[in-house]
Design a protein around this ligand. Structure first.
Ligand code: D8T
Ligand code: MG
Length: 389
């Protein structure tokens, strides 16, 4: 059994572009799907996928770890997010093929089921960001939250931390806390609320913001600081009581090393489309297990990423909760054929061989690549200095 080549698809899903890869084999009708969507670097990932093709042609697709090693180590460079997104997409597609060859769903190959359903949360976004930041009005978010809760979800994530300077005044901190308090009051005590800081704050401010909302019990506070400096996030973890999470921007098992060695957070959030794929995520989760950390994989991406996340969650003991982004485009489920379904905020166990999804190529081609709108363009301080999105 041999790989004969790969095809790439860039599907314009408004805020993000989904990058899918299809790996073909010399067996009639046997192929696999993977996803490596990466914000604002679509052409780079598509190019990297094409660059990897030559390493794959003629290889046996069942030798997943071997091919991962080939792609990673024979790239010479310690790959960054573009290379790792391409590797992740290819790796997922290889699991899809292997599951189909062996006639089992992928989670059966990852240790089997450790749970019977998978708890999801939805990222609410910031609502109308302009309204949120100019008036600190939380009403639009409460409306979005109620919608999600009415659809059965018991957990949601908000991203209303103000764009932040090195130090912010108390006015911003108080208003942030008021907003969080109002949201807590509106949804009640039974809903878990996560706050995505989006790496906007410095340790000094993150500690203040987090400590003022502690009384409203955030489920976790995500990326309080940018990802580069692990000592910074460790400072936040040490000086706050709310659980701290990070990891969506750490790619490869090596970038996770320092997070574990420093015991820097309580929850890690690998993205299976960037960290090296399913098997890399399993390795990262195993390291986290030793440190008693939970795994809440990051995933605001497309439908293949969702399926991959489901197989990971079903088979991973320290899995905590899975992010989804089902509100992006109304035609999401036209592009993918799948038996995967959710009910009351939980995904059900799939039964089909492989990942259990098939991309409808004709539908996918209806939404060709378009230069994305750079949403962070206008994120400036009042003196026009750049702030973190
Ligand atoms: O946790 C999340 O889903 C966000 O941080 C997204 O990754 C970010 O908006 C980039 O798309
Ligand atoms: Mg995030």
């Amino acid at each position: 059994m041999k790989i004969t080549g790969l095809k790439t698809f860039a599907v314009n899903a408004k805020m993000r572009t989904w990058v899918f890869v299809k790996i073909d084999t010399d067996q009639a009708g046997l192929y696999g799907w993977g996803e490596g969507s990466l914000e604002w670097k679509t052409r780079a990932v598509v190019g990297a996928l094409k660059d990897f093709e030559a390493m794959l042609i003629g290889e046996d697709p069942r030798n997943i770890e071997h091919l991962y090693q080939k792609m990673y180590r024979q790239s010479f460079w310690a790959l960054g997010v573009i290379g790792m997104s391409a590797i992740s997409a290819i790796e997922q597609a290889l699991w899809d093929i292997k599951g189909k060859v062996l006639s089992v769903p992928v989670f059966e190959l990852l240790g089997g089921k450790v749970r019977d359903r998978v708890r999801m949360y939805t990222h609410l976004g910031g609502g109308d960001m302009k309204a949120v930041y100019e008036t600190f009005s939380v009403e639009p978010l409460i409306e979005l939250a109620n919608n999600v809760i009415n659809n059965g979800y018991t957990a949601l994530k908000v991203v209303f931390v103000p764009y932040s300077k090195t130090i912010d005044g108390q006015n911003k901190v108080r208003r942030f806390a008021d907003m969080f308090g109002k949201l807590r009051e509106a949804v009640g005590q039974d809903i878990d609320i996560m706050v995505d800081f989006h790496g906007r704050t410095t340790p000094a401010m993150a500690i203040q913001y987090i400590n003022t909302i502690e009384e409203f019990h955030p489920f976790f506070c995500e990326e309080p600081v940018r990802p580069e400096n692990i000592d910074s996030i460790k400072l936040v973890t040490e000086k706050t009581k709310a659980p701290i999470a990070t990891g969506e921007r750490h790619v490869s098992i090596y970038q996770y090393k320092e997070i574990f060695e420093k015991n820097a957070v309580h929850v890690i959030q690998p993205d299976l489309c960037h960290c090296g794929g399913l098997w890399a995520a399993k390795k990262i989760a195993a390291m986290a297990e030793v440190y008693n950390m939970g795994v809440a994989p990051h995933n605001p991406l497309g439908p293949v990423a969702n399926a991959v996340a489901l197989h990971f969650a079903l088979s991973t003991p320290n899995f905590l909760i899975q992010e989804d982004m089902l509100t992006d485009v109304p035609w999401r489920w036209d592009v993918v054929e799948t038996e995967i379904t959710s009910e009351n905020g939980y995904w059900k166990v799939p039964t089909k061989p492989g990942l259990g999804i098939d991309i409808n190529e004709k539908e996918a081609k209806k939404y060709p690549f378009k230069q994305e709108i750079i949403h962070s363009n206008s994120i400036r301080d009042d003196d026009n200095a750049i702030l973190d999105w």
